[in-house]
Design a protein around this ligand. Sequence first.
Ligand code: AQP
Length: 342
Amino acid sequence: MKVEMQTKKRILSGVQPTGDLHIGNWLGAINNWVTLQEQYETFLCVVDLHAITTAYDPKELSKNTLSTAALYVACGIDPNECSIFVQSQISAHSELCWILNCMTPINWMERMIQFKEKSIQQGNNVSIGLFDYPILMAADILLYDADFVPVGEDQKQHLELARDIAQQRINAKFSKNKNILKIPQSIIMKNGSKIMSLIDGSKKMSKSDPNEGSRINLLDPPEIITKKIKRAKSDSFNGIEFHNPDRAESRNLLMIYSLLSGKEISQCENEFSNTGWGTFKKLITEQLIESLEPIQEKYKVLINDPYQLNNILQEGKDKAEDLANKTLKRVKSKLGFFEMEK
Ligand code: AQP
């Protein structure tokens, strides 16, 4: 009998359904998954349990979850190659998170930069869930024995934490010989660039920024893209540059243009060294409209076909749940939980 071996290394990643996906989520994450999907066994979740760590509207959560999954596919993720699933549909995520909570020293968590930054925005309303976010993320990754996690700069610290918990608090403590959890490594993508806000080049483009004008959403129609780029912050310098540290907005728009057009940064710098803001804004608007059009077309078809989307998510769930439950069982058994006699 031929035994089927896992030949491809495995990756896992996800996006929170906290609102409309923007070009930062696309160029910094989803587009990289599209590049990696052929080479790796790919698991992609819509991390809806993460989406409730800050204030949210229950009426929007399920809609955003479905729309995020549809956008994965519209952006080029192939559901025949990758498993796409919804995090909350697999209870092993919450269960492993609880176990890891009990194994993780609180002072490891107090160092997390994203918590510090996000909790400032939340004022008095900071939830324990937001503090615990990195442990849920560790559970997401470790459940699937992921070999690699494609991460942007902002998520590197969380991946380090997942590695430390797995290595120091589970493997070293509960098994002398064989690892219980696989230690994942990061894949830092060349194009994992951080896309900045259109109205403040020093701030990350973010779904939760209250100012809609700070981002281009993947589903923005041409007239909205035109308006947002027209209002995007510019400066009084001539020409569009990438390397001038005093010109964050110029750098950001040039990088977006370069990623969308496929032209190297140096080529764009040469092309626009004497171009005024007005002309450049027109060109980047045209490029954005052209690049987003095929995604929007594909999205429209998918979102109007809930049967197909449901099938994709069901198949993804079945495959993911099987793996997740195996890992959870292994962990619980090694950590001494009672098991029923068969
Ligand atoms: N501006 C960005 N530039 C590059 N990459 C980005 N990502 C997010 N914003 C940018 C990448 O998208 C993936 C999923 O992000 P997420 O939704 O899980 O959480 P986030 O990083 O917190 O994204 P947002 O848009 O800022 O959401 P909110 O406002 O809800 O917190 C990650 O790989 C991230 O690096």
